[in-house]
Structure formats: structure tokens, C-alpha cells
Write a protein that binds this ligand. Sequence first.
Ligand SMILES: [Zn+2]
Length: 415
Amino acid sequence: MDRAWTWEHEVPPRWLLADEYSGDLNVLSLPMALCAEIDGLFVDPEPPAAETYTLLGCDPAGSLRETLRHIGTDRAWLPRVILDPLHDPHQPPPADCHRYDRGCSCAVELMDVQVIGHRPSIFGAGLVDIDLRGHSLILPEQHWPPAQPLEGTTGFLLSDHDDQDLGRCHSTAGVFRERRPPPLHPVTLIGCQPETPLRPLLAHPSPHRRRLQVALYAVDQTGLAVPTGQALFATMTDSRASRLSEGLLDITVDGGIDEPFPVGAREIWQMWHRGRPTQPNLWAAYDRVLRHEWAGAALRHHRQERPDLPSGYTFHLDGRFVTDIEGFYCAVGEAVNGPGGYFGWNLDALADCVQGEWGAAAPFHLVWHHAEVARRHLVSGYDRPTYDQRRWGPATTLHDLLDILADGGSTVDLR
Ligand SMILES: [Zn+2]
């Protein structure tokens, strides 16, 4: 974003809050405030706790039936159990129910499911009650899992992530429950300089007018602002003089950052504030969570206007630190776009990048050095990245990556 503000304080501005939501289409991004620090932007998430469930009156099929013979071993495990409610055919479907080829949008998904016990059910001869331990998929942006099954649910069809039939059950225990929404983290804008549109709203008597709906940009030391992918939707509850510098304010808001960055990512954004990395592999010492944050910051700083290197170009990937899928994304980003470079941070994004316009025109050659590291680590299994429950599922293997890289006609030379 072009610089459209002045700042006359010793501490540098680090974050820009810009209105991109209030509807004036002529102003794509209206600066609302600059600040030196945001307390509450970096918070370590609570790891999700396992839950226990019971499928009541169950007639298990397929791999669910198979697991019952292996309780107590590794084989009593299923990557996903999807419960599709059977709606009462004599009632109209629920208001927000969308039919799919199989099931409907009322389905509930259990992930990483250990089958821990079973016994005869009072629901009928031959039926069993099956105890499970796992996690419920929670997509806050779509809907919070309901605390009760929908009225008129007469049972559930069970299936796995590949649409394989797992049987059916009459009812459940533990699946539908009151779940505590994640704690609201208080947020304070520290050393804040409100811009003209914000100033009259700071102490406005109406909470509605004190509502902020802003995108967060990171400001580097040259004044360049790049979007962080974060937004703040919250009401300003207090503002007072900041100790950081005369004329600046500390503004408190009532939460509003849904998925804060992990604490360790502060260092990554601090580094970008000073300037683009000039050395490769600065991410190598990070764990998976921070490598993911590294690739995210690389994406936000990607210079889309830079032309691709021509097709047929040979890139060199330093594979020494590709000990996880996140490390691969960091390494391939640097192979194509240099230190701090971006070339995808999930499979869909990688598939998009290999088609061109992300630094490399297709087809290209990729020489993957020290590929034995990836061969050893990017193997099949079940993956539970802590930063995104949506990505729980079969692990991405070296083979999967090679398939995608070759999709634009490119070649990979494993060395
Ligand atoms: Zn439905």
C-alpha cells in the first residue's frame, strides 16, 4: 500500500489498521490508525483436547466393523468418521440444510478417531454401542458445531473421508455438546496514532460507532505496508495517553483477532520489518508451526509484479532441512524466489504456483539437492498440524509433491 500518512515519533510504526470493509468501493483501503505494537496479536493457541463419544445402537460396516476386532491396538483407528443425520422424511428439512450427493451440510466430522470399546446395545439385537476418542472438526467461519442434534434426526449414516460406508447408528453421546468457544484474547493497540477518520470515533458514546472493522498491515522500516492476512473486528473500549511517545495513545478493544499468530512468529515479522531476508534457510531452526508462519509471511511479502524467470530455467532446491512439509514450502519458495521467497504454502497453492506467474514460468527444471532428507521424512501416515485442524488427514508425501510439481510439465531431478 502506498504511504499516505506521516509519523513523527522515535518508535517506528509497525502495524497499520486499514478499513477495507465499510463499503466505499472508491477507497479500497482507508488508513484508520498506525501503531507501534499490538498486544494480543501473538498468542499461543491451546492445543485441542481429545473428546470421547459413543455411537449408540450402531450397526457398524467396513473399516469401523474391522476396528472392533483390534481394540487396544494401533489398528483400532480411523482417520475420519462422518456422521450424516437422517432427517425425518415427514418433516421439511432444516432451514440451513444443503443436500450433497451423499449426505447434507448438517454432517458432523470426527477426526483422528481411536475406537476404545464396544458392547451390546439396548437399541436392538445385534446392535452395539461403540466408544470413540477423537476430535470434532470445528470450522468457526462456517458454523460452530451444534450442541444438540437437529430436531427430527432419526439416526446417522456413518462414512469415512473416502466416502466408504461405515454403517449407521441410532443416536450418539458426546458428539453434540456445549463447546466452549476459544477464549477472547484482549487486544491493545500500543503507541497508536489514529488517522483522521478514526479520531472522532474514539470516545463516541455509541459502541456501534466505536466498532473497528479493519485489516492489519505490517509496516516495514521504509514505510511499506503489506497485508498480514489478519483482521480486527472489535469495539474500542478505552484509550489513554501512551507511555511510548507523547501524542500517541494506547487503545483497548474487546478482543477481535480470531486466530492470532503464535508467539514465535513475532520474530519472523520483526525480521521482515527490518527488511527482506538476504540469507537462505533462516527458517531451518524453526518447528513446523513457525515454518508455516514463515511461509505465510513470505506469501504476504511476495512481489507479484516481478516477472517470472523464463520457462526452461533450472532452480536448485536445498533439501537439507526438508524434514516436514512446511520445510518443503520454505525451501521451494527460496529455490524459486530467493531468500524469504514464496512458492506455495499448501498443496492447492503449490498446484497454482507451478502453473506460472509466481516466479517461475512453466515448465521449469528443479534440481532437489539432499532429497534423501525428504525421502526419509515426507512419508505416508496421518498428519495433525497444530495450526490448522482442517489439514488433519493423510500426510503429504514426497510422491504427492513430485506429482504436483510435474503437473505443469516441469521436471524434478532428485539428488
Ligand atoms: Zn441436513
